[in-house]
Write a protein that binds this ligand. Structure first.
Ligand code: G3P
Length: 257
């Protein structure tokens, strides 16, 4: 929307091993190349599991593919006795551009609090990774607090300590819309995205707020992407299930058609 480069991001979650990842990214690049004019000016990014990142990096770099990539999470710590964790430094070395932080599955299944999310945002920024900060309300939150209160509070908490110069992306993913087939309406997404942008204006100033991309996520498909992209404050999508279907994901990236 407006002057921001749309970002279509595929969050693979726990799907596709490194061999499947190579095949998928190669085919995605062919598909985008076949229809270059349809996705000109759109940034396409994939978020594979950690164990795929080295393979994706090698493929993207050697074939100069126009596909960005990042990780689905990172540690709040840079090194030390943290068994099983992956640092921002490691991701930066693998040429990740982005890292998803605070996805609702991390918040719910791994007990990530707002404080943990804020620490991870700091860790990403320390290593020049662009954090994709996920916020979103549950169906119960929606009923109790209305549409924007919880996402706005989560964004405020995630940005504690972030300076005005920060390059960030925000993803609004209503929990009730994730994997449910029940996407928010474009109107609902716009209402929350506008509230989130107001928080960005307040905390980071007009310039950063104007250039920050706000994505919608939750049951995005080729059939509904265009409606979201018409909204002034929605600048792209974070796609789960549909990002694993090559044709579907490529069609989402060609939303301008
Ligand atoms: O991060 C994207 C995701 O949570 C949305 O999932 O399957 O509803 O597109 P899905």
């Amino acid at each position: 929307a407006l002057n921001r480069t749309p970002l279509i991001a595929g969050n693979w979650k726990l799907n596709l091993d490194h061999l499947q990842a190579i095949a998928f990214v190669q085919k995605l690049a062919w598909s985008l190349d076949d229809a270059k004019h349809d996705f000109a000016g759109v940034e396409v990014a994939v978020f594979p599991p950690f164990t795929d990142l080295r393979s994706v990096q090698t493929l993207v770099a050697s074939d100069k593919l126009p596909i960005a990539f990042g990780a689905q999470d990172l540690s709040a710590h840079d090194s030390g006795a943290y068994t099983g964790e992956i640092s921002g430094a490691f991701l930066a070395k693998l040429e990740c551009s982005y890292v998803i932080i605070g996805h609702s599955e991390r918040r719910t299944l791994h007990n990530e609090t707002d404080e943990v999310v804020a620490a991870k945002v700091q860790a990403a920024l320390r290593h020049s990774l662009v954090p994709i900060i996920c916020v979103g309300e549950t169906a119960e939150d929606l009923e109790t607090h209305g549409p924007s209160a919880v996402p706005v509070a989560q964004l405020r908490a995630a940005l504690a300590g972030v300076t005005s110069a920060a390059d960030i992306v925000v993803a609004y993913e209503p929990v009730w819309a994730i994997g449910s087939g029940q996407a928010a309406t474009p109107d609902q997404a716009e209402q929350v995205a506008a509230a989130l942008r107001a928080v960005l204006v307040e905390l980071l100033g007009d310039d950063v707020a104007a250039k920050t991309r706000i994505l919608y996520g939750g049951s995005v498909k080729a059939a509904n992407i265009a409606g979201f992209m018409r909204e002034p404050n929605v600048d792209g999508a974070l796609v789960g299930g549909a990002s694993l279907d090559l044709d579907e994901f490529a069609s989402i990236a060609r939303f301008k058609q």
